[in-house]
Design a protein around this ligand. Sequence first.
Ligand SMILES: Nc1ncnc2c1ncn2[C@@H]1O[C@H](COP(=O)(O)OP(=O)(O)OP(=O)(O)O)[C@@H](O)[C@H]1O
Length: 847
Amino acid sequence: MDQDQAEFLMALNRVHDGLALARGSARARRGAAVPATGIGGPVEHVLGVLRGITPTEALADWHHVTRFAEVDGAPGPLRFGTARVGLGAGRCADLPVVLPLLGSGHVVINPPDPSWHGTLAHECAAEVSAIVDNLVLRALASTPPRSLLVVGDRFMPAFLDRDDVYEQRLAFDIDPTGPGQMDNLLARLNQDVERIRRTGRDHWRLLILSDLGSVLSAQHMEELAWLLRAGPECGLHAILIDTPVPPGVVAETVHVSPRRIRATTTGPLLDVRPDGVPIPGSPAMSALDERLSRGGVPATGLLPEHWWTESTKDGLVAAVGDVGGAVERLRLGDSPPHALIGGPSGSGKTNFIYALLIGLATRYSPDEVEFHLLDFKESVSFAAFAPSAADPSWLPHARLIGVNINQDREFGLAMLRHLAEQLRIRSAAVKRHGVKDIAGLREADPAGRWPRVVAVVDEFQVLLADRDAVTEEAATLLEDLARRGRSFGIHLVLSSQDVSGIEALWGRPALVAQLTLRVALPGATRVLADDNEAALALPRYHAIVNHQSGVRGHDRRVRIPHFDDAVLAGTQLQLWDRRRVDAPEPSVFDGDHVPELLAAADYRALRASPAGERVALLGRTFDVADRSAQVVLNGAPGRNIAVIGTRPDEVHGVLSAATASLAKQCTVADARFTVVSGGSDSIAADVRHLLAAHGHRPDFVERQDIPAFLSGLAEPASPGPRHYVVFAGVDAAHSVLRQPCANGSTGHELLRQILADAPETGVHLLAWWRGVHRLKQDLSDFGTQFDDQIGIWVALDVQGSELSGLPGADLITWHPRPRRGLWFDRAAHSRPRPLVPFAPVRSGEPR
Ligand SMILES: Nc1ncnc2c1ncn2[C@@H]1O[C@H](COP(=O)(O)OP(=O)(O)OP(=O)(O)O)[C@@H](O)[C@H]1O
């Protein structure tokens, strides 16, 4: 309240006091002095002051209210009506009538005579409504957006009953006579007041209750009395209609009888006319419309005027929302270096991340900041930032996008490894230039490209969920990135549905301590400091942003606008249009996508190769560089591939991809292919056609011809071109393989011999078994090491424990899941790795 307003109120008080005293009112008896100038003087003075000032929204005539308040603080008394005061000599003046409410006490609207109790609300409903409507509208007009919560019964103002009210919490209807309603309401408000006493005021609460005399039990009455006594300190105020006021409660009273309204503030003899609510479309109601439906800075209002003009040398800044209409920015840099975002499902975490990403992407060019985005939810939050058939645009700052990751924690790990590699490169460059951090590096190496990296992991707790090697490595990498990332411009943004995510961090204090930017969405627990409950009373679409690890006293209560599809798509298109012509598309890992061999970059890059360097591609790895799982089939022992699994489609994918990739690197003159059908005619037939499509003339061995084929293959022969034998269903051919062949050996024995001689004879077996047990039986002979026979294996739907005995497979944890496999190459790996099998490569596809 400025000085003019204060002077005006003082003068108004003197008028009211003087009138009251002159007429012997109760107020006068409270000690007011008669103004020395009589009543006319002060009234003239008030009118003079009124002419000279622009009253606030709390006091002005509704005709003069064109906007609602934006700033915080107690609004002072609220005007609710007008009184006509006679000035003598036939003159009179209209004076505003005010009631102290927010920041002061309560208002009671009662009949003039206590014996009328119980009938007032019905007899004078129109007058009562007009007073309540005026007070609520004034309260809304004189407090900042979203800072007022109105809880009301049938006297809830009609202007709050609208669909587009920005948050349900603004207006909360109750029926005190409904079963349990009063219990719930009082319990909830009492809890709020207790919490506010501990943590400080969050927003105003205005309670409208009528006709409670008959419905309140003695216990309700006691609870209400406590609430009304403790409430004003905590921003809770009530308008009580026709309800007895418990003792000790500070309240101004308005007496209403038909056609006559008086207030304790004006003295009992001054009749008051309620101001009435302005008509729809009037400036005041337009201001109300704007307040209720918009309520803050829209998403587009947060975008900077000039895009891509700022430098991230000293850190990152992003506009994410507004506080009372003023744009609010968050910072990431030296301090705080990393962020933790929490909130229950649906509380707006993803929307907040969009606000952050769009805020950064519009302010800084892709040379200043780039994004790695990973979402462990069963959703596609970041898919829109990648190009698609429907929309070829992408977010130029996005380098890596993971969608539909679900259970593929290995991909999260791959991203962390990639970031660790970036950290290593940056730390080496920093050392080389003799500087200490990214800011120094950018100065010392102005021609270098050293953007800050923001790595977002939504639902990051999934990454740390199991007690296994993935969690172990992920936690170690995260800790290292959190500790050293700040110096090298790598910033983590971890988001989670509170408790579960935060619990995953327990026992890792070094990591938690680095996540000093905390963002708590409504209802979030544990994200802020333990004694900071600010997020519990947060209205929808708000966030507590706290740059000091969530410590109380550093909260910013930010309203977050909606980054809907239109805003996201529109902004992305403009960003995309600005990209450099050679800007690379982001790498995308989509867990639902079935990779195609023919589309894989490393398949397309295959050329005719010498026999010892040919590679077989098996599937897609969990790797940020979109690499295929590939093995070299050279002349070393054990360069044979066992595919183990029962799902024909996935087996088909691995076998056909391996065969097609080999076929691409050789011609009919320098390689030989044989397809053996042990039990799966369809896979064998498809592989045969595939080879033909690649210009080869494979031999085809039917089941009954297997013994003869193996006998021939086991014969000593002079070395020829490499011979790739694709055996579709070794265990299905069991009955044939166990029979003695012409030379007396069984098929199994011949197979073992062929594998043992393979380095010299140039044979490579690509074979399918349905289960590990049969594979071991078929190949183990008096303790033969599998390594010398099968140095490469791909296990599809097989439990990790069953694999023990195969090379590299002892003591591994692996739970099979659809369209995922585990592969091992003893020449290249120390332990098995996951892969996504390619889709079957069908016969007839072009070379
Ligand atoms: N500030 C906002 N204004 C309007 N609508 C919003 C706002 N924030 C989020 N929403 C909407 O609320 C819904 C939930 O938001 P969002 O997906 O961001 O929540 P979440 O916390 O990520 O949920 P979940 O964890 O279940 O994915 C969405 O439909 C979203 O569009």
